[in-house]
Design a protein around this ligand. Structure first.
Ligand SMILES: NC(=O)c1ccc[n+]([C@@H]2O[C@H](COP(=O)([O-])OP(=O)(O)OC[C@H]3O[C@@H](n4cnc5c(N)ncnc54)[C@H](OP(=O)(O)O)[C@@H]3O)[C@@H](O)[C@H]2O)c1
Length: 355
């Protein structure tokens, strides 16, 4: 039995909560850290739309630090190294969707603080998800198992965020709806943070597969909306940012060897000059052999489902990649438990046989 704390009960955190309550008898919820005042003191089961479990969510970080737990599922909108260090130093392992994907290329001062906290608490930390995570960290390695040689590896993510309910992330963090001139890899603290985690992923692939990269560059092209769009309770006005094409490119001797490209829109006006891969993720390896795989997560391939349900399925995938890692993270030696270091992550009873 693993005692877990949920830190953040947004879109991804809620998928973790419902999975724990409905499908993971080996995990027991012993706490939840929330930010919203109206969630403070609420029963965690009720917050997740389930029966009460007799454990309440709290905005009080000290109270969370005092709870005895094996692992914290850390899924806030804006991640803080200080939070994670405090959790690790208190003896709790941390599994997160937000950052800590490739410590070798993290800010060295942050990395040292995290390592000191792991040492103090004999704890470990793992960062993963869907992208960054499985599609940029697990799948490339899995395909590389069939490679004799690789010349280039590219991952393209094409997504329209109009139906992504986390509008705080879309508008406040990712700056959709802002002037196109204001979008750059260093424009805001969050855009810089976001760019740094994808940069880390390119380094991760390059370092793990021996690309011997000299540098990883980040560029973004922002595209303006032709007309107004209503996105949940947000108006995205015509003329403001409705498309962001990011590229994080790993170069050796000036040649692009590893690249992650995102083709993100809000309002579904797809720029005609952009490449048009299928929606979802396309991983392409040029080499011997050359390989390509396309990934999409949907609510179902067979039954009818709403667009909102389909979109939620990417949150489910993000959440499960990290939730399913809890036993491995708890078993890992103190320090960073990276995707390359952990065993392949899966839940052994995912078909749900009865005990
Ligand atoms: N690796 C991947 O593939 C991947 C994919 C998707 C998302 N993510 C990351 O996962 C995390 C959660 O995403 P999400 O879609 O669940 O986001 P979300 O729906 O916007 O959830 C936001 C969460 O942030 C909390 N919050 C509110 N104010 C905050 C503040 N000032 N500082 C920090 N957190 C605050 C909310 O608290 P309450 O609990 O009170 O509501 C909620 O738990 C984000 O860091 C996101 O970037 C990673």
């Amino acid at each position: 039995m693993y005692r877990v704390i949920q830190w953040g009960t947004g879109a991804v955190g809620t998928e973790m909560l419902t999975a724990i309550l409905d499908h993971r008898p080996e995990l027991r919820l012993v706490g939840a850290r929330v930010y919203a005042d109206d969630k403070d003191g609420a029963d965690i089961g009720t917050l997740a739309g389930r029966d009460p479990i007799g454990v309440c969510a709290t905005t009080d970080v000290d109270a969370i630090l005092g709870v005895d737990a094996d692992c914290v599922l850390y899924t806030p909108r804006t991640a803080r190294v200080d939070d994670v260090c405090a959790l690790l130093a208190s003896g709790k392992n941390v599994a997160t969707t937000a950052f800590m994907f490739h410590p070798r290329r993290m800010n060295p001062a942050d990395r040292d603080r995290v390592l000191a906290a792991c040492e103090a608490g004999a704890s470990s930390v793992h960062g993963s998800g869907i992208n960054p995570g499985n599609l940029s960290g697990v799948l490339p390695l899995a395909l590389a198992g069939m490679s004799r040689t690789i010349e280039t590896l590219t991952l393209q993510e094409r997504a329209d965020w109009s139906v992504y309910e986390s509008t705080g992330i879309t508008f406040d963090n990712m700056a959709f709806g802002q002037p196109v001139e204001s979008i750059s890899p260093t424009a805001t603290e969050f855009l810089a943070f976001n760019s740094s985690i994808f940069t880390e992923q390119v380094w991760f692939i390059g370092d793990t597969l021996g690309a011997d990269l000299d540098e990883v560059t980040a560029t973004v092209e922002a595209v303006a909306a032709q007309r107004d769009h209503q996105i949940f309770d947000h108006l995205l006005p015509a003329g403001t940012t409705a498309g962001q094409r990011w590229k994080w490119t790993g170069l050796r001797d000036g040649q692009a060897l590893v690249e992650i490209e995102t083709l993100w829109t809000v309002g579904n006006e797809y720029p005609t000059h952009w490449p048009a891969p299928r929606h979802g993720w396309t991983l392409t390896i040029e080499g011997e052999p050359s390989m390509q795989t396309h990934f999409v997560a949907l609510a179902s391939f067979s039954r009818p489902a709403s667009m909102a349900e389909h979109v939620r399925s990417a949150n489910v995938a993000t959440a499960m990649q990290v939730l399913n890692a809890v036993p491995a993270v708890c078993a890992a030696a103190p320090g960073f438990a990276t995707t390359a270091a952990l065993p392949l992550i899966y839940y052994g009873n995912v078909f749900g046989r009865q005990p």
